[in-house]
Design a protein around this ligand. Structure first.
Ligand SMILES: NC(=O)c1ccc[n+]([C@@H]2O[C@H](COP(=O)([O-])OP(=O)(O)OC[C@H]3O[C@@H](n4cnc5c(N)ncnc54)[C@H](OP(=O)(O)O)[C@@H]3O)[C@@H](O)[C@H]2O)c1
Length: 240
């Protein structure tokens, strides 16, 4: 039986490439999203991958969704915490609301989704969790105190949870993407983007598929000795 993989934010951007790569690897994939019904419908029409709409920052909504997915599709054995947002501003303009939105969506969601799938994974003695961090959680970034804090938090979360899952064959890893060509990065002003690309040793932005191949690698059935690690996929921009 194909294992069920849930990719949050899995119907567009990096998440869509992850969903499709996991499907190609023989997984039964389910994607989640926040509100972009149009993208979700187009994605399902194209790939056959069902999309579930819920807010990953809302614990009760996650609980309801996990229950529904497990009843309709099967127990979640692979979880990719990919959903994320930016609300960039320097400290001078960074409101409490912007701080909370980014922390709750990017980091709180990892707690919500891991908490709700953890008992099942540990009881079944199999689980693969991949949390999508960021180069900016490793290196910091001007105007991204909230985002860098959330992503940096993901890297610590990953290592600590990996220790708890190790004896139950539940692996927990992170990927720290560099700059990838998605809507999130297309929102960066062109002159700033040009400067960013100039600093990437391979000389281009990442493709969503570059990240997806890392997820397929970390979630393979025989990847059970890889846990607590952070895979940097960034074109050589920043190495940890
Ligand atoms: N792009 C980059 O260069 C880059 C670099 C490093 C790390 N990352 C990380 O990689 C991940 C994906 O980034 P991306 O560039 O593909 O982003 P994106 O194109 O903006 O897509 C974000 C996805 O997350 C979903 N989402 C956002 N808030 C949500 C919420 N509250 N509940 C449920 N789903 C939610 C969105 O759903 P809707 O479509 O419904 O809005 C969408 O599917 C993020 O965690 C991001 O921080 C990206």
């Amino acid at each position: 039986m194909a294992r069920v993989a849930l990719v949050t934010g899995g119907q567009r951007g990096i998440g869509a490439a992850i969903s499709e790569a996991l499907q190609a690897a023989g997984r039964k994939v389910v994607a989640s999203y926040a509100g972009n019904d149009q993208a979700a419908k187009a994605f399902t029409d194209r790939t056959g991958i069902p999309c579930y709409k819920f807010d990953v920052a809302d614990f009760d909504a996650c609980a309801e969704a996990v229950k529904r997915i497990e009843a309709e599709v099967g127990p979640i054995e692979i979880l990719v915490n990919n959903a994320g947002i930016t609300r960039d501003a320097t400290m001078k303009r960074l409101t409490r609301e912007m701080w909370d939105a980014v922390i709750d969506t990017n980091l709180g969601s990892c707690y919500n989704m891991c908490k709700l799938t953890w008992d099942g994974m540990t009881a079944r003695k199999f689980g693969r969790i991949v949390n999508i961090g960021s180069i900016n959680g490793q290196a910091g970034q001007y105007g991204q105190v909230n985002y860098a804090a959330a992503k940096s938090g993901i890297h610590g979360f990953t290592k600590a949870l990996a220790l708890e899952g190790a004896r139950s064959q539940v692996t927990v890893n992170a990927i720290a993407p560099g700059y990838v060509d998605t809507e999130m990065v297309r929102a960066v002003p062109p002159d700033v983007l040009e400067k960013i690309i100039a600093r990437i040793p391979v000389g281009r932005l990442g493709r969503a598929q570059d990240i997806a191949r890392g997820v397929v690698f970390l979630t393979a059935d025989d990847a059970d000795f890889i846990t607590g690690s952070t895979l940097s996929i960034n074109g050589g921009q920043h190495m940890y």
